[in-house]
Write a protein of this length. Structure first.
Length: 303
């Protein structure tokens, strides 16, 4: 192994996260290391949240977000909550300002342990999402899967929460759709030059919905925070729901929920939910070789 850094295996509503402490390091976690960690059942993840020294004054850290295929992601709400929980336990602080590829994120841990992340403002302009074709109204675009006269999925709402999202409205349980088959086709559709996160959303009331997501660069995921934000915003934007909605993530353990508020006064999207620590260890950010911390070393390592 090379020089090791500390990491924690965590999850946000089942969204599998590795929080990696890269503070003091000059090089990033390599794509090769990410792919190796993702292929190991013990460290398999949806996103790595690599905490780096701050690049901007007034921020606590720069967060490098890496998908399981080694590509970079602009945003990960569930992962950000995991970072907040880890740093709060380390520092005693409750409020943090992070820099990411998507911009500045503010986050706070509440007394009950829930964590709110200000995900910023949604983007609706077709060229900024981005789409490869011009659409004046991105609340409903022409895109479908299945027969022309009886499509299985159609007319999604599209937007960006720092990363591109397509929300398909469905009238039954999202788990009943073969998203594992449709997801790759839609993620890589020519309409999405930077690919897209694909979410199925079932509206159950003016203040509740159920979702399931195929995540860009990660595939089927138990949960995706930015997708929940996009579903909540799109629900309000299309008149399906109010601006504050509780979203049950159908694929998460015990169908856990996130509260999404598209705040009217400044159009910021606030996501509130839980994060969970599982175990911690050390890893080589160049190769992905890893070991559990000694007091947790009952499981074989990836070294």
């Amino acid at each position: 192994m090379g020089k090791l850094v500390e990491f924690a295996k965590m999850n946000g509503l089942g969204n599998k996260i590795l929080v990696v402490d890269m503070r003091g390091q000059t090089k990033p976690v390599t794509p090769e290391a990410a792919i190796a960690l993702a292929q190991d059942p013990a460290t398999n993840f949806d996103q790595i949240m690599a905490i780096h020294d701050p690049k901007l004054d007034g921020t606590f850290a720069y967060i490098d977000i890496i998908n399981c295929d080694g590509t970079r992601a602009q945003a990960c709400g569930n992962g950000t909550r995991c970072v907040v929980q880890a740093l709060s336990a380390e520092t005693g602080l409750k409020a943090f300002i992070f820099q990411t590829l998507a911009g500045i994120l503010n986050a706070v841990e509440h007394e009950d342990g829930s964590i709110s992340v200000d995900m910023g403002t949604p983007v609706f302009e077709w060229a900024k999402i981005p789409l490869s074709e011009e659409f004046h109204d991105t609340s409903r675009i022409e895109l479908q899967i299945g027969p022309i006269d009886a499509p299985i999925l159609h007319s999604p709402s599209v937007m960006s929460m720092g990363n591109p999202h397509a929300i398909f409205w469905v009238d039954r349980d999202p788990m009943s759709y073969d998203l594992e088959r449709f997801g790759p086709l839609l993620e890589n559709h020519p309409l999405f030059p930077e690919k897209a996160n694909i979410t199925l959303a079932q509206v159950t009331s003016q203040s509740t919905m159920t979702t399931r997501t195929w995540e860009r660069g990660a595939g089927l995921t138990l949960a995706c925070g930015s997708a929940a934000c996009s579903a909540g915003v799109s629900g309000a934007r299309t008149g399906h729901t109010e601006r504050k909605v509780v979203i049950t993530v159908a694929s998460s353990p015990n169908q856990q929920a996130l509260t999404i508020e598209w705040r009217e006064r400044d159009n910021h999207v606030i996501m509130t939910g839980a994060a969970e620590w599982e175990w911690s260890g050390q890893l080589d950010p160049e190769t992905g070789a890893w070991q559990r911390n000694q007091d947790q070393a009952s499981e074989a390592t990836g070294s």
